[in-house]
Design a protein around this ligand. Structure first.
Ligand code: GUN
Length: 292
């Protein structure tokens, strides 16, 4: 039976630590950190994510601004809004919620964000700095996973880590962080993806598996070895007849993996709340680093 990597508990600890720091800042007569979010259009999941980010800001004592823009907005107008946020000295960081409406050049939009305010860590400058092991804003999900492994003192040094998926915001950065110097880190990393034949040959040899695929219940118990550390990044909305109309499903088949794994993250209550907490952490870091 696996031990639980309790992301919900650790995220609460982290938010409490942040809140305590903010209280000290405010008690010293300084302004609180401030995060803004741009939400374009009416995507249901995106609205929910952004609302929870605003709620997290309130919880830790940050100021927050939610900028809602219609999906009819032009790229130029959006770039203009980003420029305003870049120039706003009372703002420590901001995010542009993805995905953007069809037809918009996501790369161009992200590149327009001031890297010192890019608390999502999506700007190429932050990505490059991360890859070079320089001070950077780490993308929230990989940062959350590294922090979760750190708080549970999971030894990753010299271990074989298989990352399933190579997305810009999870798989790719995760593979870089796990192979970077440090512990967590110092792992031997294999990245597998849609063009990898026989993925299970890799996962069966892995000490640590990070699954970021977006395919519900993909990783089965017979694909892992005894005692493996299993990190589930999946949060696919699957429709059901319940009150909400959907529930969240991870990429890990928990039922078959949990009895075999050494450690496992639940869904919900694993990586998701850690992601949210790390955005707050990055905003606090932005506040402290750049002292605007
Ligand atoms: N869409 C899905 N995840 C994220 C995230 O972490 N940040 C932003 N801005 N958009 C997302």
């Amino acid at each position: 039976m696996a031990q639980i990597l309790d992301g919900l508990k650790v995220s609460k600890d982290i938010k409490k630590e942040i809140k305590a720091e903010v209280e000290k800042i405010v008690a010293a007569g300084k302004r609180a950190p401030h995060l803004a979010a741009i939400l374009v259009g009416e995507n249901g999941a995106s609205k929910a994510y952004v609302n929870s980010k605003v709620k997290d800001c309130k919880e830790v004592g940050f100021g927050s601004t939610l900028l809602r823009l219609p999906d009819t907005i032009s790229e130029e107008e959006l770039l203009n809004e980003i420029k305003k946020l870049n120039d706003d000295a009372t703002l420590d960081g901001f995010i542009v919620q993805l995905p953007l409406p069809k037809g918009m050049n996501q790369e161009k939009i992200i590149n327009a964000i001031d890297p010192t305010k890019d608390v999502d860590g999506f700007h190429p400058e932050n990505f490059g700095r991360m890859a070079l092991e320089m001070e950077a804003f780490l993308p929230a999900t990989p940062y959350g996973i590294m922090t979760l492994l750190e708080r549970y003192e999971i030894d990753t040094r010299g271990k074989h880590c298989v990352v399933i998926g190579r997305s810009r915001i999870v798989g790719r950065p995760m593979s870089i962080l796990m192979s970077s110097k440090g512990n967590p880190g110092d792992a031997t990393v294999t990245v597998v993806h849609s063009h990898t034949p026989n993925i299970e040959e890799f996962t069966r040899a892995a000490d640590i598996i990070i699954v970021a695929l977006g395919a519900p219940k993909y990783l089965k118990g017979d694909m892992i070895k005894d005692g493996a550390v299993i990190v589930d990044v999946g949060i696919t909305r699957v429709e059901d007849d319940g009150e909400k109309g959907y529930h969240l499903e991870g990429d890990v088949d928990y039922e078959s993996c949990e009895p075999k794994a050494g450690w496992i993250t639940p869904v919900p209550g694993g990586v998701g709340p850690m992601t949210r907490a790390m955005l707050m952490k990055n905003t606090l870091l932005a506040y402290k680093r750049y002292n605007r």
